[in-house]
Design a protein around this ligand. Sequence first.
Ligand SMILES: NC(=O)C1=CN([C@@H]2O[C@H](COP(=O)(O)OP(=O)(O)OC[C@H]3O[C@@H](n4cnc5c(N)ncnc54)[C@H](OP(=O)(O)O)[C@@H]3O)[C@@H](O)[C@H]2O)C=CC1
Ligand SMILES: O=C(O)[C@@H]1CCC=N1
Length: 267
Amino acid sequence: MQITFIGGGNMATAIIGGLVAGGEHHIRVVELHEEKRAQLQQQFGVEALATLPAQFAADGVVVLAVKPQALREVCLALAPVLGNALVVSIAAGIRCEALARWLGSERIVRVMPNTPAMVGKGVSGLYAAANVGDAERAAATSIMQAVGTTTWLAAESGIDDITSVSGSGPAYVFYFIESMIEGAVQAGFAEDEARRLVLATFDGAVELARQSPLPVATLRQNVMSKGGTTERAIFRFEAEGVKQAIIAGAMDCRARSVEMGIELSKD
Ligand SMILES: NC(=O)C1=CN([C@@H]2O[C@H](COP(=O)(O)OP(=O)(O)OC[C@H]3O[C@@H](n4cnc5c(N)ncnc54)[C@H](OP(=O)(O)O)[C@@H]3O)[C@@H](O)[C@H]2O)C=CC1
Ligand SMILES: O=C(O)[C@@H]1CCC=N1
């Protein structure tokens, strides 16, 4: 499959990294910045262009991977050369209705991926506009499955929902990891040792949660000996409202996705 990425930034790089590791596809990237093009060429051996190619193969897929604020301009430039290509937009917020209006095509799938795609552990939510056929859905599924797990969403609002879970979620996790590393350094460990210990702790805890039949809350309680050390830490988290803050942050994230859709789809 010929896959053309418009935008070769963080998320495109993560998907391309996963796709290249899996082989098979012909990938090219249109990216404004010379140094990013050179990096993509060098790291993954993909074709990197400064401007749009003249036209796309009928079986091609175009992945829109620019910031939502740049999407309208990119779609308007793409419209005359799009042909029958399937468009996969990974942009947060921007609705199919706006994409179809700008592109003059309804062959659109929206995808909300995440950066662990880079290591083949991505999570992607997919939603197709009404007229998208089975073959096109299968093409989008196969691209995203090459870099992790996928789930099809019944309603377009599901993209807002999943953005607040897996799309932005890696940042929440990295924030927790960063905080634990800072705590470990305060406890006296050197930075690199702190990082190693914290990442191993995350790895172990996630694997245990995956393999155990017990609810995650029970696994947590199993660490909290009565009157012991963990209890003291969790009591502090509860007193400081850490859980509520994480939930509220995720809800703010979802609301921002809805808001961006309204803000950036007007013209
Ligand atoms: N990062 C993430 O974890 C996730 C991101 N997304 C979505 O992915 C999209 C890209 O995000 P991200 O990768 O983080 O953004 P980046 O800014 O890292 O990447 C976008 C790149 O595209 C370039 N660009 C802008 N306009 C054009 C153009 N007309 N032609 C070619 N290249 C262009 C940008 O240049 P310049 O900087 O000069 O604008 C930039 O280098 C966004 O819409 C975002 O919502 C979705 C899920 C997760
Ligand atoms: O922060 C953002 O807007 C993008 C979408 C999901 C993750 N990053």
